[in-house]
Design a protein around this ligand. Structure first.
Ligand SMILES: NC(=O)c1ccc[n+]([C@@H]2O[C@H](COP(=O)([O-])OP(=O)(O)OC[C@H]3O[C@@H](n4cnc5c(N)ncnc54)[C@H](OP(=O)(O)O)[C@@H]3O)[C@@H](O)[C@H]2O)c1
Length: 244
C-alpha cells in the first residue's frame, strides 16, 4: 500500500530538481501528480520520465492566468486535490546597495506573490484533510551575503503557514514549509562555479550537498498522513548547516 494511494497532488516547478524527484516518489506511492514548468520541452521530458499517473501543465507560477489554467485542468481531469506542493521558486545574488527593482519584483513576484496565489487559487479544489507544503530556503535562516532578496521572499512562508492553518483548521488542511539547504540541482549548476559550490559544501556538516531524492522523502512525509500531527512547521533539510 502506498502512502498517497488515490491522492491527487499538484507540484509547481516540477520538471527538474527536487520537485521532479518528489513527483516520481509521489507517483510511486500511489498519487496522480500534476506538474508545471515554463519550458514545454522540459515538461514533456519530465512527464516521460515519470511515465504514468502524471499530467504536465505548462505555465509560470508567477502568472495568475497560468495558475487559473492549471487549476481548471485539475478540476476537469480529477475534480479535486489532496496535496499542493508550491515548489516553483528561485533567486539570484545581489548585495545590498546593488539590488535592482527588477530583481526585487521578479523574485518576490515568484517566491512570495506567486506562492500566495498558487495556494489561494487551489483552495476551492482542496479536499478537507489536505496538505499544503511550500518550498522555502535555509537562506532565510542564515546570513548569507548577497541573498537578502531571495531570503526575504522565502521567509514570508513561515508566517503564512501559521496563519493559513489557523484559517483552514475547520477543513483540517495542514500547511507546512519544507526548507532545503544546498541541493545539487540544475539551478545550482547554472548559478555557481565549482569553487562556490565547494565553499557552500564547507558549511554543511557532512561536507557535501543534498540530493534531490533527500528532499523528495521529506516532501512525502509532509504530504502524507505520516505527518498528520505536524502543522505550521518548518522542516529544515539542510544537513544541519543552519543548526550549528
Ligand atoms: N537547489 C537548491 O540548493 C535550493 C535550496 C533551497 C531552496 N531551493 C528552492 O527549491 C525550489 C526548487 O529548486 P530546484 O533547485 O530544485 O529547482 P530548479 O532546478 O531551479 O528548477 C525547478 C523547476 O522549477 C521550474 N520553474 C522555475 N521557475 C518557474 C516558474 N516561474 N513557474 C513555474 N515553474 C518554474 C523549472 O522549470 P522551468 O524553468 O521550465 O520553468 C524547473 O522545473 C525553489 O523554490 C528553490 O528556490 C533550492
Amino acid at each position: 500500500m502506498g502512502k498517497l494511494d488515490g491522492k491527487v497532488a499538484v507540484i509547481t516547478g516540477g520538471t527538474t530538481g527536487m520537485a521532479l524527484a518528489g513527483a516520481k516518489l509521489f507517483v510511486a506511492e500511489g498519487a496522480h501528480v500534476f506538474i508545471t514548468g515554463r519550458r514545454q520541452e522540459a515538461l514533456d521530458e519530465a512527464v516521460r520520465q515519470i511515465g504514468r499517473n502524471v499530467t504536465g501543465v505548462q505555465g509560470d507560477a508567477a502568472d495568475l492566468d497560468d495558475l487559473d489554467r492549471l487549476y481548471e485542468t485539475v478540476k476537469r481531469e480529477k475534480g479535486s486535490l489532496d496535496v499542493l506542493w508550491a515548489s516553483a521558486g528561485g533567486g539570484e545574488p545581489a548585495l545590498l546597495g546593488e539590488i535592482t527593482e527588477a530583481q526585487f519584483d521578479t523574485w518576490f513576484g515568484l517566491n512570495a506573490r506567486g506562492t500566495l496565489f498558487t495556494v489561494q487559487k487551489a483552495l476551492p479544489l482542496l479536499n478537507d484533510g489536505g496538505s499544503i507544503l511550500m518550498t522555502g530556503s535555509n537562506a532565510s535562516l542564515g546570513a548569507f551575503p548577497g541573498w537578502s532578496v531571495y531570503a526575504g521572499s522565502k521567509a514570508v512562508q513561515q508566517a503564512w503557514a501559521r496563519i493559513w492553518l489557523n484559517e483552514l483548521k475547520d477543513r483540517r488542511i495542514r500547511v507546512n514549509v519544507l526548507t532545503p539547504g544546498q541541493v545539487a540541482t540544475a539551478k545550482q549548476e547554472e548559478l555557481f562555479d565549482e569553487a562556490t559550490k565547494r565553499r557552500f559544501e564547507s558549511l554543511i556538516p557532512r561536507g557535501r550537498m543534498g540530493r534531490p531524492d533527500e528532499i523528495a522523502t521529506a516532501a512525502l512525509f509532509l504530504a502524507s498522513d505520516d505527518s498528520s500531527y505536524v502543522n505550521g512547521m518548518e522542516l529544515v533539510a539542510d544537513g544541519g548547516t543552519t543548526a550549528i
